[in-house]
Design a protein around this ligand. Structure first.
Ligand code: ADP
Length: 153
């Protein structure tokens, strides 16, 4: 089944929204396979946000991601990458629809609550960047049979 990376950004930690945001993923039915609090570094972020390296706001985004610790999570589910991106909403919180995480909690392009992997290929690379293999747990979700029809996975 597909796994994806979610990062609760420093703005989320500082605004006391960790529980509320984790609740969004819980109630959707995603399986929490890994979670920890870490302090990001400039080197790690230069890798993670390499696609933004030519942008004028590159350093500002990295500084924002280092302003406080973050919570990194690995969620699993059928089509988890797409489902989590849909829950997160588009990058700019001001434009994100109400009901999405960014639409409900963010007024900013940058301070937009969560990072979520944008493809299954990116998710694999990003999970390997932030988690050791032993930090990802393979247990059976107790609610599994009530989350999916048996031909959906
Ligand atoms: P996403 O996080 O939606 O996948 P990107 O990968 O394009 O978006 O950008 C990574 C992060 O960089 C965004 O989540 C946001 O915090 C920041 N960012 C992207 N574009 C802008 C922008 N135009 N102005 C300010 N911050 C931005």
């Amino acid at each position: 089944m597909e796994k994806t990376l979610v990062i609760l950004k420093p703005c989320t930690i500082q605004r006391g929204l960790v529980g509320e945001i984790l609740n969004r993923f819980d109630r959707k039915g995603l399986r929490l396979a890994g979670m920890k609090m870490i302090q990001l570094t400039d080197a790690l972020l230069s890798e993670h946000y390499a696609h933004l390296s030519e942008k004028p706001f590159f350093q500002r985004v990295k500084d924002s991601m280092m302003a406080a610790p973050v919570v990194v999570c690995c969620y699993e589910g059928v089509d988890a990458v797409e489902a989590v991106r849909a829950l997160a909403g588009p990058t700019n919180g001001r434009k994100a629809a109400p009901g999405t995480i960014r639409g409900d909690y963010s007024m900013s392009f940058q301070e937009n609550i969560v990072h979520a992997s944008d493809s299954p290929e990116a998710a694999e690379v990003e999970l390997a960047r932030f988690f050791k293999p032993e930090e990802i747990f393979e247990y059976r979700q107790a609610t599994f049979d009530y989350l999916y029809a048996n031909d959906e996975y």
